[in-house]
Design a protein around this ligand. Structure first.
Ligand code: FES
Length: 127
């Protein structure tokens, strides 16, 4: 049952040095690698990857957002399309399996700590 969503900008670019090596955009490459990586996990049916066209973070690509009902929303930027995949898969697992999505800061990979731009409260929380 899908209950979590990972929005990934499919238009984000590779860096200048990586750009010519791949036929895909950086974001599309990230999407493909995440989909492959998710196949190896038994919790993968709990998350859906949704490509989006630009999240207004073009100068800080790649950009992703991890969200679910009644959980924190994490907005991450500056993710390398190739190198960030293992840490991002680990963080997705932590998020999926943690109540309210409250993955403790010290338990997040360093690359995830550094790429986290915003953390928003669950929309269901009263203010
Ligand atoms: S192209 Fe990815 S955020 Fe704009």
């Amino acid at each position: 049952m899908t209950e979590h969503t990972l929005l990934v900008c499919s238009l984000c670019r590779f860096s200048e040095t990586q750009n010519k090596k791949h036929g895909l955009s950086g974001g599309q490459h990230l999407i493909e690698e995440l989909k492959k990586g998710l196949e190896e996990h038994d919790w993968s049916d709990r998350i859906e990857i949704k490509p989006v066209s630009c999240m207004a973070a073009c100068r800080r690509s790649c950009a992703v957002t991890l969200a679910a009902n009644d959980k924190l929303t994490f907005i991450l930027e500056k993710l390398a399309p190739i190198e960030s995949v293992p840490d991002l898969l680990k963080f997705i697992e932590q998020y999926v399996t943690t109540p309210k999505g409250k993955v403790p800061y010290r338990e997040r990979a360093r690359s995830i700590q550094q790429s986290t731009s915003f953390i928003l409260p669950p929309l269901s929380d009263s203010y």
